[in-house]
Design a protein around this ligand. Structure first.
Ligand SMILES: [Zn+2]
Length: 284
């Protein structure tokens, strides 16, 4: 490879793989440079999924978006915010201050080099609030645009998955996440460990009845369900899986289609965003 970036066109996308001149070429010649920051987790993922599931997934995802949008991508840390999984071995959690610090230091460094458009992508629910706070602080402190786009939520497939997530509380290590692991890194999944799988999700039976998205009062009862959910994963599941459904039903083809939808949404977001000039408050 002669140039990693020529006239602003990248041939490599991970920031750690670029030479300094290549990064500079991209920054100077790409009309609206975007950096994508991805975060995930190192945490227990039931019996069959790797500890790095969320980080491995976000890396594959942001790299593909970067390739299709001529963006630079960075995965600044493997762990995220996972105190609720510490009851299971293998989990590495950052404190909330550490994760916030990693995000702000990363954005601050990029801002110092003149990057004005930053996208934050998160593949671990526990990180959501901290990521949103980092975006809010960084915009004001560093005078850069920070976006946290996610979608699409209204496609047939998105609605089908959402319904299952509500009905079977398919949040962690269930069929949805297993499908995505089988799609992205099948060599790291040990499906055979699920030979004697049974549902280990345990909450008050009265609350279980609230997990029905077809109820008319779902908006109300689902919030009561969440109000009663215990704080740590090991409070309500002995296997570490939360989802009442069998992960052996995972369909990697579904994950492939869903990831493609999400990648395309991000690509459309970035391409449209690039057509809008940097607003005055964010200019140097
Ligand atoms: Zn996960």
């Amino acid at each position: 490879m002669r140039f990693m970036s020529e006239n602003g066109k990248l041939k490599r996308f991970w920031i750690q793989e670029l030479t300094r001149p290549a990064f500079e070429d991209w920054l100077e010649n790409e009309p609206a440079p975007v950096v994508i920051i991805g975060i995930g987790a190192i945490e227990q993922h039931g019996l069959h999924l790797p500890l790095g599931t969320d980080s491995l997934g976000v890396r594959a995802f942001i790299h593909e978006v970067a390739k299709r949008t001529n963006s630079v991508c960075i995965h600044p840390c493997w762990p995220g915010y996972s105190p609720h999984h510490m009851g299971f071995k293998g989990t590495i959690t950052f404190s909330e201050e550490t994760l916030l610090g990693v995000l702000l230091d990363t954005i601050g460094s990029l801002a110092a080099h003149g990057v004005k458009r930053i996208v934050l992508i998160n593949h671990h629910g526990g990180n959501s609030n901290i990521m949103a706070l980092a975006a809010q602080i960084a915009r004001r402190e560093f005078r850069v645009m920070v976006a946290t786009p996610r979608g699409p939520s209204n496609t047939e497939l998105a609605k089908k998955i959402q319904h299952r997530m509500r009905k079977y509380f398919e949040v962690h290590s269930g069929p949805r996440e297993t499908a995505y692991a089988l799609h992205y890194f099948p060599e790291l999944v040990e499906m055979w460990r699920l030979k004697d799988w049974k549902n280990t999700f345990k909450v008050d039976p009265k609350l279980m009845e609230f997990m029905d998205p077809d109820r008319d009062d779902y908006e109300l009862v689902s919030q009561v369900f969440m109000a009663c959910l215990e704080p740590d994963t090991d409070d309500f599941t002995s296997s570490g899986q939360y989802a009442t459904s069998d992960p052996r039903t995972a369909d990697p083809e579904e994950a492939k289609q869903r990831m493609e939808e999400s990648i395309q949404f991000l690509v459309d977001f970035i391409n449209l965003w690039k057509t809008i000039p940097v607003p005055p408050a964010y200019r140097d």
